[in-house]
Design a protein around this ligand. Structure first.
Ligand code: C2E
Ligand code: MG
Ligand code: MG
Length: 750
């Protein structure tokens, strides 16, 4: 349809200026209106200027930047620009005489504006830039900004509408994109920190009203920095994308995953509070993320640590809950990574301690507080020592000996591992050079040292200064950062092998335990981790079969095998049966100081006879922890002597009949129902109704806790969960009622 004179109504007026971005259109319509405003009774004959204006409008229509429309008084189209008709898959001729509102998507999809339009039309109200979605036939979405003015004849009778429209799809999309970008992480497509924090705020506020629980997991990738530094940032980005995918798959519908930034992720789990289930999910996540990744042809392995906090127990507001989860994460990382940790109140102190340790570790080297101990590695066939592993020791001036499992990760985080590792290398070579015969020394090399291209130089330097033959130095490398097929890793292996040192794969069985490294990397030895050896005792464990496979493969590739952490004689027998060639463990010797070693070296070859308990005991946690025992209406203070998932040995109450029901109050809302199964004067063996679960930190905890809501219902208020929120003694001591049992204190006194 072309614009012609008939499109002007009686008084010859065109619609007033409409869509703002259409400056040209504004000017043109203004011109026509200005020209015709003076018109009186009959339509003016189109003069040259009007013709010119019409042509310009027509050209403008053809540019498809904007379109015009007009209706009769019933709202049926009397004019429509061809381009607009095409957008809805029709021609203008088809549409004339049909309702104007049909140009836009129907009622069922209608948004607010679509519903407003018919109202405006019937009310004969002028409207400007109303954003409406075109009723397109294909899947392409088109948005128009539509303006319109009611028209009246001289008698002020309404004659219809006239107006214009412009396509605003692109603007709208960019607004939507900006909104999406503000809510989502552009790299992984996960919700970002801002939107997750908002969501957590609203969830917690609602859940507090509804007395529901909600957990969050904070997750941090272990050793991500090494991948980023070694393979580059684009590779790091690719890794993060894969991590996001695996996370979504692992969590499924159970919760919502977001990326907080860097290598930090958060998972929101509504109505989750069971610590058994949470621990299981955390373990699944950790193991899924610890499987190898293939990035740009390189294989790499990272790990993950998880901190868990549960509302309302560990915080009512999002700020508190996140702070709790953060502390738990910090503790999980501090405890050796690759693990989860529930928030507990004493973590605050632990975090403080760790920060002080970090400070102190900076000076440990210069203050001579570091030493090396040596633990024999013994050939099991003839009990002959073939070498020693150098293990770093830190004797803290105030806190005494600190475990390397605690301070090595701190050293790795604070870049102290470089100088500390170099010191260990030099010292171990120097000590070993004085040992007789061919006895070897094994030195642990952190992945961070391994990624440093200065390592071969440092090794050469240490050998040269000490005079130790290269074949007597063994470097222990963990599989955890095996950047297997990356060129740098291969170069490093080649450089080290050229020096002539031996290489051992340490802690095999704790990570992904891929046998494929063994074929590709030039290892001389595999060290099977103690957790793998110990786990082999558990029913249904396939570890024994796997160890047999490792041994067979190692023999075929001419490698030695060492089983670590053998403590008992039964384990030693079992390891011998599996044909493992070497053993390192307390069954032969604890790590000892170099001076003690040298004293024993006088006889040349060194033979140690294994000694130790005949059986490895099943896992029980020996401890001295105070707990409350609630019985009838009395609370007793007792000590837990040892604790397992199924029961505990408690001490402090006297002469309790077998079968007595006890409620154990572990504090922090952890309550366990139990039955006395054995009774020995002041000690009782109790069995829990419901098994305890792993607390992620080598300890145990109850699955559920008494909800603060419940306690609030009993008359206490919970503005927030304060530090000493949970009363230690849940059952009230009823006035006048006598406790059923004596305690050791009253017993002794009596
Ligand atoms: P690792 O290299 O796997 O060392 C073996 C660990 O097992 C040592 O723990 C050793 O004392 C312990 N062990 C040996 N036999 C037994 C046993 O029969 N039972 C038990 N329960 N444990 C046994 P340690 O000395 O606490 O060292 C822990 C880890 O710290 C080492 O594990 C190693 O990864 C790291 N580490 C120690 N020294 C250094 C070092 O100089 N540099 C680096 N980068 N890491 C080190
Ligand atoms: Mg080692
Ligand atoms: Mg090891």
């Amino acid at each position: 349809m072309k614009l012609d004179q008939s499109q002007f109504d009686n008084n010859g007026e065109m619609a007033p200026p409409v869509s703002k971005p259409v400056h040209f259109f504004e000017r043109m319509t203004a011109r026509i209106s200005g020209q015709t405003a003076a018109a009186t009774s009959s339509p003016p004959p189109p003069n040259i200027k009007t013709k010119e204006a019409l042509l310009l409008l027509q050209n403008y229509e053809e540019t498809r930047q904007g379109w015009f429309w007009s209706t009769d008084k019933d709202g049926n189209l009397t004019y429509l620009t061809e381009a607009a008709a095409q957008t809805v898959g029709k021609t203008a001729n088809d549409l004339v005489g049909t309702p104007f509102t049909q140009l836009f998507v129907g009622d069922e999809q209608a948004r607010d504006n679509q519903r407003t339009l018919p109202f405006l039309l019937t009310k004969q109200t002028k409207f400007m830039e109303l954003q409406l979605q075109a009723a397109t036939t294909d899947e392409d979405i088109c948005w128009w900004a539509v303006s319109g003015s009611p028209q009246f004849d001289k008698a002020r009778n309404f004659t219809g509408f006239r107006g214009s429209g412009t396509n605003v799809t692109a603007q709208r999309r960019s607004v939507e994109d900006t909104a999406r970008m503000a809510m989502f992480d552009s790299l992984t497509g996960l919700a970002n920190r801002a939107s997750m924090s908002k969501k957590l705020d609203t969830t917690l506020a609602a859940f507090q009203q509804q007395k529901r629980t909600c957990s969050i997991m904070l997750l941090d990738l272990d050793r991500f920095k090494i991948v980023n530094d070694t393979l580059g940032h684009p590779a790091g980005d690719k890794l993060l994308k894969q991590v996001a995918k695996r996370l979504i798959r692992a969590v499924g519908d159970a919760g919502e995953v977001s990326r907080l930034g860097g290598d930090e992720f958060q998972i929101l789990l509504q109505d989750w509070e069971d610590r058994g289930d949470l621990g299981e999910l955390a373990n699944t996540i950790i193991s899924v993320l610890s499987q190898p990744y293939s990035i740009e042809g390189s294989r790499c392995i990272i790990g993950a640590s998880v901190g868990i906090a549960i509302s309302p127990f560990d915080g009512l507001t999002s700020e508190d809950l996140v702070r709790s989860a953060d502390l738990a994460l910090y503790a999980a990382k501090g405890a050796g990574r690759g693990r989860f940790q529930f928030f507990a109140r004493d973590l605050q102190q632990a975090a403080e301690d760790r920060r002080i340790l970090e400070e102190d570790l900076r000076d440990a080297l210069s203050k001579d507080e570091l030493t090396l101990s040596y633990q024999p590695i013994v050939n099991v066939k003839n009990n002959t020592v073939t070498g020693f592993e150098a293990l770093m020791r830190w004797n803290h001036p105030e806190r005494g000996p600190i475990s390397p499992a605690l301070f090595i990760p701190i050293a790795e985080d604070t870049n102290l591992i470089g100088p500390m590792g170099e010191w260990a290398l030099q010292k171990a070579c120097k000590d070993a050079a004085k040992w007789p015969g061919n006895i070897r020394v094994a030195v642990n090399v952190s992945p961070i040292q391994f990624a440093d291209d200065q390592l071969p130089h440092l090794v050469k330097q240490a050998l040269k200064t000490s005079g130790l033959p290269p074949a007597r130095l063994e470097l222990e490398i963990t599989e955890s950062v095996f950047l297997g097929e990356s060129a740098e890793t291969e170069e490093m292996f080649t450089a080290l092998k050229e020096i002539g040192v031996r290489l051992a794969l340490d802690d095999f069985g704790t990570g992904y335990s891929s046998l494929s490294y063994l074929q590709t990397a030039p290892f001389d030895k595999i060290k099977i981790d103690q957790s793998f050896v110990r786990g082999a005792n558990e029913p249904g464990s396939r570890n024994g079969a796997i160890i047999a496979a490792i041994v067979a493969l190692a023999e075929a590739l001419d490698m030695e095998t060492t089983a670590e952490g053998i403590e008992a004689l039964d384990e030693l027998d079992w390891i011998r049966d599996l044909q493992v060639s070497h053993v390192q463990g307390y069954v032969y010797s604890m790590p000892v100081k170099n001076e003690q070693l040298c004293e024993k070296f006088e006889s040349g070859d060194w033979v140690i006879m294994p000694e130790g308990p005949s059986k490895q005991r099943s896992e029980r946690f020996s401890m001295f922890r105070k707990v409350g025992i609630i019985h009838d209406n009395s609370t007793y203070k007792t000590m837990v002597r040892n604790l397992s998932k199924t029961g505990a040995l408690i001490e402090g109450i006297v002469d309790v009949p077998v079968g007595t029901r006890f409620v154990v109050d572990f504090g922090d809302g952890q309550i366990a129902l139990s039955t006395v199964r054995r009774s020995m004067e002041q000690q009782q063996g109790i069995e829990f109704d419901q098994q305890l679960v792993d607390d992620g930190n080598g300890g145990l905890c109850t699955r559920n806790r008494v909800s603060p809501y419940l306690i609030a219902a009993a008359g206490m208020n919970i503005p927030n969960v304060p530090a000493n929120f949970y009363p230690k003694e849940v059952a009230p001591q009823i006035n006048g009622a006598l406790p059923a049992f004596y305690t050791t204190d009253s017993w002794k006194a009596g």
